[in-house]
Design a protein. Structure first.
Length: 305
């Protein structure tokens, strides 16, 4: 009897050990599953964050940077921008091989490597003209647009930043598709032939910041409306020659103007030219219709003392 009792106790102890072991394994399995789920969730969130960061960085990257060359100024305080090119030597001499720009829009950045981009160099944009470039936005730190910077391109839209003070000679000459031109609020000097031959430009408002319109600046355009800023002092030779198709309309010469140089409005079709100030001029400018006729055929300089 005693022997049977000991056997029964042994069996019960074995069953208890087995049951405890199963409970422990079950608990570990649940914990492992929970940890696995948490790890998976964490990994997924991490990947999502990486993807989001990539998208954000992608938006911040200006694709034009790959095609632009930035040169430090002599005092190392700002950058001058040009189209990137490689100097090639050949039996015919050295030349610059420009990396072709594939986009329709070009945005000149405000800064590069922590410094402002202040100038667009002379002949800066190389052979962009043979590509599909249609729109240029010039950064708000640019103060100077160099000679022939965009000459001959098929641009349709140009937005000039608020700190540009000088537009160089021929900067946009023969941009024959240019329809939309927005000046910044600081332009003072519009260079000779700056917009010569921009024959799709129909409406022009010269901002009040401008003081000088140089020779042939808007010659051979076909403007249908023109507003001259109230601080312009000098209108250069042939500045608007052949550039006004404004029959039935009028233009106003503001009181700030002191010189209208030879042929400034020659071959221009406008019915009336109104001078805000009629006194002190080398010509009688009291009759708007006669003014229009005389300016159209004038080969001499008009001066106000």
């Amino acid at each position: 009897m005693k022997k049977n009792f000991l056997v029964l106790v042994s069996i019960l102890l074995c069953l208890m050990v087995v049951l405890c072991s199963c409970d422990k394994d079950s608990g570990n399995t649940q914990d492992d599953s929970k940890m696995s789920a948490d790890t998976s969730s964490s990994t997924t969130n991490s990947e999502d964050n990486k993807d989001n960061n990539k998208e954000e960085n992608k938006e911040e990257i200006n694709p034009a940077l790959e095609y632009l060359e930035f040169t430090l100024s002599s005092d190392e305080s700002y950058y001058i921008v040009k189209h990137k090119a490689e100097k090639i030597s050949s039996s015919y001499g050295d030349y610059r091989d420009y990396k072709q720009y594939p986009y329709a829009e070009l945005v000149i950045p405000d800064t590069y490597e922590g410094l402002p981009v202040k100038e667009i160099g002379e002949y800066a944009m190389g052979w962009f003209a043979i590509n599909n470039l249609k729109s240029v936005t010039i950064g708000n730190n640019i103060t100077h647009i160099g000679e022939s910077a965009f000459e001959g391109y098929d641009l349709e839209t140009v937005i000039i930043g608020d700190n540009v003070t000088h537009i160089g000679k021929s900067a946009f000459e023969n941009c024959s598709e240019l329809k939309n031109l927005t000046f910044g609020k600081s332009v003072q000097d519009i260079g000779a032939k700056a917009f010569y031959g921009c024959c799709e430009l129909k409406n022009l408002v010269i901002p009040d910041s401008v003081t000088i319109i140089r020779d042939e600046a808007f010659a051979d355009t076909i403007l249908q409306s023109l507003v001259i800023g109230k601080n312009v002092e000098y209108i250069g030779k042939k500045a608007f020659r052949g550039g006004l198709d404004m029959q039935g309309s009028e233009i106003v010469i503001p009181s700030s103007v002191k010189i209208i140089d030879a042929e400034a409005f020659s071959m221009c079709y406008v019915d009336r030219v109104i001078f805000e100030t009629t006194e002190g001029w080398s010509e009688d400018v009291t009759d708007p219709e006669r003014n229009a006729l005389y300016l159209k055929n004038s080969t001499w300089r008009w001066v106000r003392n």
